[in-house]
Design a protein around this ligand. Structure first.
Ligand SMILES: Cc1cc2nc3c(=O)[nH]c(=O)nc-3n(C[C@H](O)[C@H](O)[C@H](O)COP(=O)(O)OP(=O)(O)OC[C@H]3O[C@@H](n4cnc5c(N)ncnc54)[C@H](O)[C@@H]3O)c2cc1C
Length: 59
């Protein structure tokens, strides 16, 4: 019964905000996808998100 996807409850959102604060301090690294955004993504949306991020960065 263990979920294999982000569970957006108060506790997990609070934990995610702490990780995001650490990630935001990193330089020369881009975080994306399910782990980085703590969002439920299927394959097509996560690929779209990666392509959009690459386009923004490589512009
Ligand atoms: C059981 C299951 C069934 C699914 N079925 C479908 C489906 O039928 N259709 C569909 O469209 N989508 C499906 N999905 C969703 C799809 O798998 C995800 O949308 C997609 O994999 C998300 O990509 P991602 O890059 O965000 O994360 P992931 O694919 O999870 O990639 C994250 C990567 O980061 C790596 N990583 C983790 N921690 C660290 C670390 N500390 N250092 C370095 N690397 C690290 C992991 O090893 C992994 O390779 C399914 C997911 C699951 C779990």
């Amino acid at each position: 019964m263990e979920p294999y996807y982000p569970v957006n409850n108060e506790r997990n959102q609070s934990l995610y905000q702490q990780y995001k604060a650490l990630a935001d301090r990193e330089e020369n690294v881009l975080f994306g996808g399910r782990l980085a955004e703590y969002k439920y993504y299927d394959m097509a949306p996560v690929i779209r998100q990666a392509m959009d991020a690459a386009q923004r960065e490589l512009r």
